[in-house]
Write a protein that binds this ligand. Structure first.
Ligand code: GAP
Length: 460
């Protein structure tokens, strides 16, 4: 695992955020939200391929967290919880960012991120760097969205949209401990939406006000907390590598003491080198026994582990907290490539086959040839029972390949003249562009094998 010796270094890639945003729009991965009303700042809607790919990100996370292990169970808690939960967690009192306003350009900035922000009048400068900048004193800006529950608007009806999924897990600790018959070390995993009224959302899907989280709270005997903290850093770093992110673009950055959240004894971020610089994909924290103790105090329900031999303790919590939107963005950025093939430019997104929204395309070489169409349709019908597989007979074959390259489809099966004679098809590989011939009856097991194989990005 590379340590944090690198400072910001520009990527040699051709990828830019503008290219990713335009690819997402063009191919229907992601649209600006409520676009026909002029949009809403930093809110996005996922289209067909975006839904499929993000679902794959979440499925791979659940596989690694739940399916492949005996010690972690799943949960799906409510978004609106009893507001006392957020008092206990410290969010009501402390979940805020320091905000400054500029009286000249009327923009708002995070006081602790001025060096990452652009002055409203002179974008080459940071806020406060030009003589015209007139910044207010920092004040705390609360990040939780408030709402009302029920028909009566009184102070008792106030509630919050959850700013993290983690608290829904802590308040279910006792249920899981009893009903899932677990003993530490064990974990509870949850995927779901969270909401934060971010002061400076931006960089496309990277920071939005409504986003998803994939969080797992791992309850351990206190004496084992350091060991499990290191373990989960390795595991989570390995997960991003397993699904193809380049080693040169991935690192682990331990938090400085002054960066630690109020509940954390230690934390490290898995960071990716986006076109806008190294940024957090996931945080791994040692949350100690802070949350279970707070909820014990506020709810008066004792949240602790009691062993059969009478041993009792409040477990420590190691938390890997990731975001599928950020992971999806990183996979797109990492896979994006432009190259010349046979004298023509192609854009290709080299997604890991198990992240790619469409696993294969089935293409009749000549879209008007009824024999080829029938064979190709039949093959797609067979394959789609197991995987997302597209059929396309519209336009020149080269254009159809390009379209699949842009959405990251790893393989295309082409039905041609020879298929009609000997029931074989060609399979074209998105990355190497190599083609081989297969018997049509062998396509299904071939695809199963190909999806089960390890995959490494050819970008090195
Ligand atoms: N329970 C701990 C926690 O919420 P966090 O670092 O604030 O920690 C965890 O969030 C992950 O959630 C982040 O690493 C990121 O992937 C995702 N995330 C957080 N805020 C986000 C935002 N505004 N937009 C998109 N993803 C976000």
């Amino acid at each position: 695992m590379p340590a944090v010796t690198e400072t910001e270094h520009p990527t040699a890639d051709v990828v830019t955020m503008d290219k990713i945003v335009s690819l997402c729009r063009r191919r229907g991965f992601v649209f600006p939200s409520s676009e026909i009303y002029g949009g809403l700042g930093s809110a996005y809607d996922y289209g067909h391929y975006g839904v499929l790919a993000k679902n794959n990100v979440k499925a791979r996370w659940l596989e690694a967290m739940v399916q492949e292990r005996d010690d972690i169970v799943a949960l799906d808690s409510a978004i609106i919880l009893n507001p006392r939960v957020w008092e206990a967690s410290g969010h009501v009192e402390g979940f805020s960012d320091p905000l400054v306003d500029c009286r000249t350009c009327k923009l708002r900035f995070r006081a602790d991120k001025l060096d990452e922000s652009q002055c409203g009048r002179k974008p080459s400068k940071h806020p406060g760097e030009t003589p015209e900048c007139d910044l207010t004193e920092p004040r705390a800006f609360h990040l939780m969205f408030e709402t009302r529950v029920g028909a009566v608007e009184d102070s008792g009806s106030k509630a919050y949209l959850r700013p993290e999924t983690a608290q829904g897990i802590f308040v279910n600790f006792k249920n899981v401990l009893q009903l899932a018959r677990r003993k530490p070390p064990f974990g509870i995993a949850q995927i779901g939406k969270s909401f934060r009224n971010e002061i400076t959302p931006g960089n496309f899907l990277f920071r939005t006000r409504e986003f998803e989280q994939m969080e797992m709270e791992y309850f351990v005997p206190p004496a084992e907390a350091d060991k499990w903290f290191e373990y989960w850093i390795e595991e989570r770093y390995g997960w991003y590598r397993r699904y193809g992110l380049r080693e040169s673009h991935l690192r682990v950055r331990p938090h400085e003491a002054d960066e630690l959240a109020h509940y954390a004894a230690a934390a490290s971020d898995v960071e990716y080198l986006f076109p806008f610089g190294w940024s957090e994909l996931e945080g791994i924290a040692n949350r100690t026994d802070f949350d279970l103790k707070q909820h014990t105090d506020f709810s008066t329900t004792t949240l602790e582990y009691v062993g059969q031999d009478g041993e009792r303790y409040v477990p420590y919590v190691i938390e890997p907290a990731a975001g599928p939107d950020r992971a999806f963005l990183a996979f797109l950025v990492d896979g994006y490539d432009e190259e010349e093939v046979a004298g023509r430019q192609r854009t290709v997104v080299r997604l890991h086959p198990r992240i790619a929204p469409v696993k294969a395309a089935v293409l009749p070489l000549i879209g008007r040839d009824s024999g080829m169409v029938e064979k190709a349709r039949g093959l797609q019908q067979e394959l789609r029972r197991h995987e997302i597989v597209e059929y396309d007979d519209n336009g020149a074959i080269g254009r159809r390949y390009r379209r699949q390259d842009e959405i990251g489809t790893p393989w295309a099966f082409t039905v041609d003249e020879q298929t009609l004679a000997d029931d074989t098809v060609t399979v074209r590989d998105r990355d190497s562009l190599a083609q081989e011939r297969l018997p049509i009856g062998g396509v299904r097991p071939w695809l199963d094998d190909a999806l089960a194989r390890d995959w490494k990005t050819p970008k090195g």
